[in-house]
Design a protein around this ligand. Structure first.
Ligand code: HSE
Length: 419
């Protein structure tokens, strides 16, 4: 019999306990032994969780309980959770977590502390989709060429509604929060940080890259307007928040930002709160994973899978997938060096000579225009909708800074990368 303690019995924790009970027959057969939740830790003892487990508000009741084999950390946050997980590992307990923020900052330290003790985190990336297992085990024969995903259901729901129903950004955020997918602080979703935490975890497994959120390009969807969504649609594109890891020689680029994607691309068709991840390996080719990236039962399904794995073997594979560093280690490409095609919307005064001056600035910054369209916004102003050929990120950023200073440019130009 394996005994589990859950730290943070909220939506996911309750589902973990419930699944272990509801599916005890198949779980016990697969694990080779029974698994039982002995106790759970909560902040508020007055709320009834409807579970027949011991509930406490003292984390040490679980950490110091010698009968508990596996600690499931679902409390969230970074430093407090780090302290709790370290303590659990140091007392020899296996750990399962769904905490992507914790891993985005402390995964390598945790790997060292865990050593041969099992430490699993399938639910930390894309909830119910078994992407960690796929990448770490199923694709371990491959050099990973790219990972491109929709890994934030809240943003994807919002972008889908904006595209399909023309709903404005502000009206839809509350709706997305009501669905229960959003982080406690929704700026983690719309600012791209939640997706970035997931990307950093995958980048470690795919490439052995030890980067922190501060090291990579992270933008959210806050600046995507209904206007841009409508223009994108008119030209056969959709706008999505994408999570991208791409190997380029000995460098890897890691980025999270809104993207224009051709409507007929597979990833463009992922709507609503669902997640999808495309992983390209040099031997396998493209593989695609789709499913619920959040929600109590979906996330708990991944947590329980980790518990079963630990009950079977008691030992983790190398936590981040590498038993020793790879020769010719890959390095992180500086964000300024990233290359992409770009969409720009520049609202200008509609006067003689403006276009010539704008295109001159493009030339100075070595940016080649692919297509251009002018749409009037009033008698005296117009939107210039421009797509570029492949350009360097630093050149685009410098050009935007120069453009926004011009007196005939009415507002900060909008830039969205095209993939
Ligand atoms: N807040 C996340 C999302 C779910 O909206 O996808 C958990 O990672």
């Amino acid at each position: 019999m394996i005994k589990v303690g859950i730290i943070g019995v909220g939506t996911v924790g309750t589902s973990v306990a419930q699944i272990l009970k509801d599916n005890a027959d198949v779980i016990s057969a697969r694990a080779g032994q029974d698994i039982e939740v002995k106790s759970g830790v909560v902040k508020n003892l007055n709320k009834d969780r409807g579970l027949d487990i011991v509930i406490t508000d003292n984390v040490d009741d679980v950490l110091n309980d010698s009968e508990i084999d596996i600690v499931v950390e679902l409390m969230g946050g970074v430093e407090e959770a780090f302290g709790v997980v370290k303590k659990a590992l140091k007392s020899g307990k296996a750990v399962v977590t769904a905490n992507k923020a914790l891993l985005a900052y402390h995964r390598y330290e945790l790997q060292d502390i865990a050593g041969t003790i099992a430490f699993e985190y399938e639910a930390a990336v894309a909830g119910g989709i078994p992407i960690i297992t796929a990448l770490r085990d199923g694709l371990s024969a491959n050099h990973i060429e790219s990972i491109v995903g929709i890994m934030n259901g809240t943003c994807n729901y919002m972008m889908t509604k904006m595209a399909n129903e023309g709903v404005a950004y502000d009206d839809i955020l509350q709706e997305a929060q009501d669905l229960g997918y959003a982080e406690a602080d929704p700026s983690f979703d719309v600012g791209g940080f939640d997706a970035a935490h997931k990307l950093l975890i995958l980048a470690s497994i795919a490439y052995g890259i030890d980067a922190k959120p501060e090291d990579i390009l992270i933008e959210g969807i806050q600046d995507v307007s209904s206007e841009d969504v409508a223009f994108a649609k008119e030209f056969g594109y959709v706008i999505k928040l994408l999570t991208i890891a791409k190997k380029d020689g000995s460098e890897v680029e890691l980025r999270v930002h809104a993207c224009l994607i051709k409507q007929d691309e597979m990833i463009a068709k992922i709507d609503g709160v669902m997640n999808a991840i495309s992983v390209v390996g040099d031997k396998v080719g493209e593989t695609l994973y789709y499913g619920p990236g959040a929600g109590g039962d979906a996330t708990a399904s991944a947590v329980v899978a980790n518990i079963i794995d630990i009950a079977r073997s008691g030992k983790s594979t190398p936590m981040l997938g590498f038993d020793k560093p790879m020769e010719g280690t890959l390095t992180l490409k500086p964000s300024a060096e990233i290359k992409s095609k770009y969409y720009l919307r520049i609202n200008v005064s509609d006067k003689t000579g403006v276009l010539a001056k704008i295109t001159k600035i493009f030339e100075i910054h070595n940016i080649s225009v692919e297509t251009m369209l002018q749409k009037s916004t009033s008698d005296i102003s117009a939107n210039l909708l421009i797509s570029t050929h492949i350009a360097k990120e630093s050149n685009i950023q410098d050009m935007i800074s120069e453009l926004e200073k011009l007196d005939f440019v009415n507002s900060k130009p909008v830039m969205i990368r095209i993939v």
